[in-house]
Ligand binder design. Structure first.
Ligand code: 13P
Ligand code: SF4
Length: 363
């Protein structure tokens, strides 16, 4: 068995947290709209979707009204892997991707002939921000003997330098596969997902230092206290959460795997450590079960997000209508990057298609 390299010191190739803070300070969150306006905006979007042969592709973290709209207009709601697959396979001329920037870029890279719009181009991700392409190139150059595996939550320029892209739903399986081939891994950017994968596979992994500002805030102590009140509750956690949280989780998985587990596990109560946008689907999947947001308060708590991704919250019905009407906020990816980033993205989709995933709960 190969011995894992220690996680390098933050000074080595650290994420830039001040940069993340700057992005957060500039957030332009949508204002709420009246029921009357909502009805007319929905009507306009539906007409535009038909007229332009468009599909709305949304993530589970977006507002429930966007998720409902996607499903009632022949679009899609899913985790980041499934969004990529749907975007690639559907026969639309235009995709409108409601999520964050890397999801729009992924859709464009996999479907260069489709026009890809987003409700806003400002919705990014702390993992993407904290892994700039130039610093990442240095990291790769200094470790050129390693297989480069990057999380989907990265820019096209970072993906273009990777051997593989993974999402949380296939990260363990893919690294296991690479380890069986005798490969050493260079992993970026999420340190929590990276160390979770490393623990599960015991692969030799060198891990970048960045985190999701939403999942990083879930607290082991708070979840433990909640379990004392709900002793039969199962804990469902996204692997971007800290190790202490993952250790008490009954299920660690992608957003879709979390929803499947809520349906399949026998428990009635669930403590959920991921963005609260997922509660819409959880309640639809298991209407008689009780879902609780995992606590983010406690020692060291800052609650910058409180289980709600600030960038996902930037997506709104009004912004979808504006983008579709004016065909604005188009995702443009340089041709050279499309060609390079398409390779590891296609490898990811092929790998996922050849390896059906099973949800493994321990409750
Ligand atoms: P999923 O791939 O599980 O949808 O996760 C994407 C994400 O950004 C989670 O924070
Ligand atoms: Fe990025 Fe975290 Fe938001 Fe997901 S929840 S998009 S990882 S900041």
């Amino acid at each position: 068995m190969t011995k894992a390299s220690p996680i390098p010191s933050p000074n080595d190739f650290t994420s830039d947290r001040t940069l993340v803070r700057r992005y957060l300070d500039q957030l332009d969150l949508p204002v709420t709209i009246s029921e009357k306006e909502k009805t007319s905006v929905l009507c306009e979007i539906k007409q535009l979707i038909l007229k332009k042969n468009a599909k709305l592709v949304t993530h589970y973290y977006t507002d429930s009204s966007l998720q409902e709209l996607a499903e009632t207009t022949g679009g899609f709601v899913g985790d980041s892997l499934e969004m990529a697959r749907f975007g690639r396979d559907c026969d639309a001329d235009l995709l409108i991707v409601a999520g964050v920037k890397f999801m729009g870029e992924t859709a464009k890279i996999l479907s260069p002939l489709k026009k890809v719009l987003m409700p806003t181009l400002e919705a990014t991700c702390s993992l993407d921000i904290a892994c700039p392409s130039d610093k990442f190139s240095d990291f790769c150059a200094r470790n050129s003997e390693r297989e480069v595996v990057v999380y989907a939550n990265t820019s096209a320029a970072v993906k273009a330098q990777a051997d593989w892209v993974v999402t949380s739903s296939i990260a363990v399986d893919l690294v296991e596969h690479l380890k069986d081939l005798g490969k050493k891994i260079l992993w970026a950017p999420d340190k929590h997902l990276g160390s979770y994968v490393q623990k599960k596979t015991r692969a030799d992994m060198l891990i970048w230092d960045a985190a999701c500002i939403v999942h990083e805030e879930f607290k082991f102590r708070g979840i433990q206290d909640m379990k004392a009140v709900y002793p039969d509750a199962a804990v469902l956690a996204h692997p971007e959460s800290p190790d202490s949280v993952l250790q008490i989780a009954d299920l660690v998985g992608s957003t879709t795997q979390i929803i499947n587990a809520a349906n399949e596990l026998p428990n009635n109560d669930f403590i959920v450590a991921t963005d609260r946008g997922i509660f819409h689907k959880l309640r639809l999947a298991a209407p008689n079960k009780n879902f609780l947001v995992a606590p983010t308060a406690g020692d060291d708590a800052t609650c910058r997000s409180c289980a709600s991704c600030p960038w996902m919250s930037m997506n709104s019905l009004r912004r979808i209508a504006e983008s579709l009407r004016e065909e604005k906020n188009e995702v443009i990816v340089e041709e050279e990057l499309v060609e390079k980033a398409m390779i590891p993205l296609k490898k990811m989709l092929n790998f996922a298609e050849n390896n059906r995933l099973v949800v493994k709960g321990k409750a």
